[in-house]
Design a protein around this ligand. Structure first.
Ligand code: ADP
Ligand code: MG
Length: 481
């Protein structure tokens, strides 16, 4: 809910996500899809729309679209139709895009989003269809002319359309994050937003709570989750102000300006009839076999929702921790390797706390973590068997992160073993007490907080190696007397 000058407003959002199908060749040609090639190095005669060329459907792309549909609990349509969407643009040599219109390969489904407070909501998926990507106009290579790069022309995209069920920037961000997570789990799209493998068109409107849907604006081609959130915040505010000033929202297509965090008008929204869709006569209807669909269902791995449920049940994790750990399949596998036969809650703390914190600070990707699951597990074992206090373990972890070393080696080389020996600790405690008559008096007069100060002093005196639990006990005994 948003606060306006004249009362409450509700933001309504529906997303159209374009996800590039992970496939070595394009949707209707054998040209390569590899990222980063020289301009126009990956253009077949079909992609360049040479006269007489015929499209041939890429079976792998269909397979990935169907697997994605299954992962979204969606209806798979046994018959779907490729249609021509006609428009003129210099990066579209055919003069039309082959897409799917009234009969997409995947129908209604749903996606569960995980929110920051640990709750979840189901968002409706309207459809998923296959279509071709366009090429790219290049404006910055030549001072006088616009050039065109057709490497992307004809690359297979899945357009995944949501119902207008999202109600805030946070929910929209969570939706994109979850969709991306599922696509990466099943390997149907690499989810790389910087390289443009996942782009989001954000439809936004505002209304008074309980009223009918308002007129929407569509912000095109947003390429990061943060920008999706920013675009929504800005656009909802802009629309509320227009309506509160007595104006009306015009349905239009807008652009997000990431440098300034604002949206700007691009063109009036075209309607479907402007595209003169009709079935592509070059392509027969796509018919899918029930057994083939069933076999694809078998290829799906355990998906994030199921894994999250299992992590809460099997390991007793809180919903929010489980959601964090299952977002990436590699992280979930890593966690399970650390948690195996160990304290599961402790393992979760170390992975989401120490490891993620260190990766963040170093700007290192999870896949490049210098500490592997086996090494982190061995560190946890040193805490469990009393060799290390939690505090010392954190120091050892930092060294492991820097050097990639083995925890036991580091402890031995640097003499970092925790001191639990009673006589040694008693001597250290007595020395601190002897030097702090003032604090002893404070404790005697009932100030319990001084105890923490004493523990700190003993830790300091022992180079951080004293067993804090033992120190606490000894202190309580000594100070009581
Ligand atoms: P089009 O065919 O013009 O692209 P659709 O009806 O297919 O329009 O909707 C496109 C997207 O816009 C969908 O994700 C849908 O949920 C969303 N949408 C539709 N109406 C609204 C609205 N009033 N406010 C916000 N989003 C909307
Ligand atoms: Mg649309």
């Amino acid at each position: 809910m948003m606060q306006g000058r004249t009362g409450d407003w509700e933001t309504v959002i529906g997303l159209e996500v374009h996800a590039q199908v992970a496939s070595r060749s394009k949707l209707f040609s054998g040209a390569s899809t590899e990222f980063g090639a020289e301009p126009n190095a990956q253009v077949s005669l079909v992609d360049a729309a040479m006269p007489g060329m015929l499209p041939v459907l890429n079976a792998c792309a269909v397979e990935q679209a169907v697997r994605t549909g299954l992962a979204l609990n969606a209806r798979i349509n046994r018959v779907s139709i490729f249609a021509r969407k006609n428009y003129f643009y210099p990066d579209l040599p055919q003069g039309y895009q082959i897409s799917q219109y009234e009969d997409p390969v995947v129908g209604a489904g749903s996606l569960r989003i995980d929110l920051e407070d640990g709750t979840a909501r189901d968002i409706g998926i309207t459809r998923l269809h296959l279509e071709q990507d366009a090429g790219k106009s290049v404006h910055d290579r030549d001072p006088r002319r616009t050039l065109v790069d057709l490497n992307r022309a004809g690359v297979a995209l899945m357009e995944i359309v949501s119902e207008p069920d999202l109600r805030s920037a946070e929910e929209a961000g969570a939706y994109v994050a979850k969709l991306r997570s599922i696509l990466r789990y099943i390997g149907s799209c690499d989810g790389n937003m910087q390289e443009g493998s996942l782009r989001v068109d954000v439809n936004i409107s505002v209304r008074r709570p309980g009223q009918d849907l308002g007129t929407r604006c569509e912000v095109k081609n947003v390429n990061s989750i943060r920008f999706v959130r920013q675009a929504i915040e800005f656009e909802a505010r802009r629309q509320i102000e227009i309506i509160e000033d007595g104006g009306e929202i015009e349905q239009e297509t807008r652009l997000f300006d990431a440098d300034r965090g604002v949206t700007r008008s691009m063109r009036n929204k075209e309607d479907a009839h402007d595209y003169r869709y009709f079935p592509d006569p070059d392509l027969p209807p796509l018919e899918l076999d029930e057994d083939w669909i069933a076999a694809l269902r078998e290829t799906l791995p355990e998906l994030p929702d199921a894994k999250k449920r299992r992590f809460t049940e099997e390991y007793g994790l809180a919903a929010a921790d489980a959601a964090t750990l299952v977002a990436e399949r590699e992280v979930a596998d890593y966690y399970e390797a650390v948690a195996a036969d160990r304290d599961a809650a402790m393992a979760a703390n170390w992975v989401t706390g120490e490891l993620f914190g260190a990766l963040n600070r170093a700007g290192t990707a999870f896949s490049d973590s210098p500490v592997d699951a086996a090494a982190l597990g061995r560190l946890l074992d040193l805490v469990s068997d009393g060799t290390l206090s939690n505090r010392l373990a954190k120091d050892v972890f930092e060294i492991m992160f820097e050097t990639g070393g083995d925890p036991a080696r580091i402890v031995a080389d640097r003499d970092m073993t925790q001191v639990s020996d009673t006589a040694t600790l008693e001597a250290a405690v007595d020395e601190v007490i002897a030097g702090a008559p003032e604090q002893v008096a404070q404790f005697a007069s009932g100030n319990q907080k001084v105890l923490g100060w004493f523990v700190g002093q003993v830790m300091k005196a022992t180079g951080g190696k004293a067993n804090p639990k033992a120190v606490n006990e000894i202190l309580r005994n000594r100070l009581k007397a």
